[in-house]
Design a protein around this ligand. Structure first.
Ligand code: ATP
Ligand code: MG
Length: 412
């Protein structure tokens, strides 16, 4: 640690306008999830490492390079959650939530990944998360994407993001397409980036996702999944697309959008923006029908998405500053006690009120103004003797005397 108390690289102290942005993203999420009947769930911030390794997959960047893993005092290998899906799936199994299926769940909070910090990329960041567990119907894919679309629209981002949509097919489709990709990329293996050469062995679909210029030229001409779609997988994708259209959710078919792991099925989607440089994905998700099985459960279809709260916060308009309605200004010692009584009554009846603790009348009035107060309640010796307060409308400048017993009503 340095001399001065220092923040760990990639962490954030969120305050002021940034905090207001963050809160308004979370508030919108909470509002919209109710409209879609998603129930909140709180899962632990850490799990046994195995939960993430098995469900996210050893070959992903998240598991192979980015996890915060440590041994706890009991000698267990523990990992701070890099995302929510694994923990929610584990909870579904641990608690026997099968009885409630299909279950629509919403969660938000901190997630941890050891990455190179930059704008929109942190080591402790925050996600919104939505999952539908136990539904195989394409209508559930449509619903969870419509939820995301409405959330982004309510955040004022309708024109700043584009929904990219793809299918990765069913198991049969995937096996055939995977073979075709391996054959295609093997022929040009030597010209691919080192990372993609490695992917060719472990996780060939991920080559399609490569940001490396050497790979991009080959990716453009790689075999397309549509040639390998089974009738069932094609039918599923048709229903999702028709459902989105019926729901008024515009999308762009994006054939290079893939999910590398075997248990991903059918729908894959991302909402992307051009406003955040390389950190362009604000929300991503898809169907993961094989994941719960990978954790030792019965085959359970599921679909979900996650969004970065910081990335959304950076995109939205700054929310209006928080203000209090009333500033209480006591003048003199007797008035201090009366002010506490008045503050208690105002707050108990739902009126946001504050008092400045120090300074002369002028200073305290300035403070009331800075807090954005609409009214000042002035308590001096005169007022107290009469059992009254002076209420000043800070907008119009008008002021009048009001009986203390009438104060709450007068200010409502
Ligand atoms: P990226 O390609 O940007 O690394 P990802 O594919 O790793 O994203 P997901 O695992 O799908 O991201 O996580 C869902 C969302 O969480 C992302 O779309 C993004 O908005 C956000 N996110 C992911 N990693 C970070 C991070 N390190 N800092 C801030 N937000 C993040
Ligand atoms: Mg990442």
């Amino acid at each position: 640690m340095a001399d001065k108390a220092q923040r760990v690289r990639g962490t954030q102290d969120i305050f002021g306008e940034e905090a207001a942005r963050f809160e308004s993203v979370v508030a919108a999420f909470d509002r919209v999830r109710r409209l879609y009947g998603f129930r909140t769930v709180h899962v632990p911030m850490f799990e046994f490492t195995e939960i993430f390794a098995r469900s996210i997959g050893e070959t992903t960047d998240v598991v192979s390079k980015e996890m915060y893993t440590f041994e706890d005092r009991g000698g267990e290998s523990i990992t701070l959650r890099p995302e929510f899906t694994a923990g929610i799936s584990r909870a579904y199994l641990s608690n026997g939530w099968q009885q409630h299926a299909p279950l629509k769940l919403a969660a938000w909070g901190a997630a941890f990944r050891y990455e190179r910090p930059q704008k929109g990329r942190y080591r402790q960041f925050h996600q919104l998360d939505a999952e539908i567990v136990g539904a195989a119907e394409p209508a559930s894919d449509v619903e969870i994407i419509a939820f995301a679309h409405q959330l982004l629209s309510e955040l004022g981002l309708g024109d700043k993001v584009v929904l990219q949509l793809n299918t990765v097919g069913d198991a049969e489709t995937r096996t055939a397409w995977r073979e075709a990709l391996i054959t295609y990329f093997s022929k040009v293996k030597g010209d691919l980036s080192a990372e993609s050469q490695e992917r060719l062995e472990k996780n060939p679909l991920r080559i399609l996702d490569s940001k490396d210029e050497r790979d991009k030229a080959f990716v453009a001409d790689a075999p397309k999944i549509d040639a390998y779609l089974t009738a069932e997988a094609g039918g599923f994708f048709d229903k999702v697309q028709a459902g989105l259209t019926a729901s008024g959710v515009p999308f762009v078919r994006t054939e290079t959008l893939v999910r590398g792991l075997d248990y991903y099925r059918h729908t894959a989607f991302e909402f992307v923006t051009t406003y955040l440089g390389a950190q362009g994905t604000v929300l991503g998700g898809g169907r993961y029908d094989g994941l719960i099985e990978a954790l030792g459960g019965a085959p359970t279809p599921a679909v979900g998405w996650a969004a970065g709260i910081e990335r959304l916060s950076m995109l939205i308009e700054a929310p209006a500053a928080e203000t209090v309605n009333v500033a209480v200004i006591p003048m003199g010692e007797a008035a201090e006690a009366a002010a506490m009584n008045v503050l208690g009554q105002l707050r108990a009846s739902g009126i946001a009120a504050e008092q400045a603790w120090r300074g002369n009348m002028k200073k305290r009035m300035a403070k009331a103004d800075a807090a954005g107060a609409r009214f000042a309640v002035i308590l001096g010796d005169d007022e107290l003797a009469a059992g009254e307060a002076t209420v000043k409308d800070l907008k119009s400048g008008e002021q009048k005397r009001v009986a203390l017993s009438d104060l709450t009503n007068a200010l409502k």
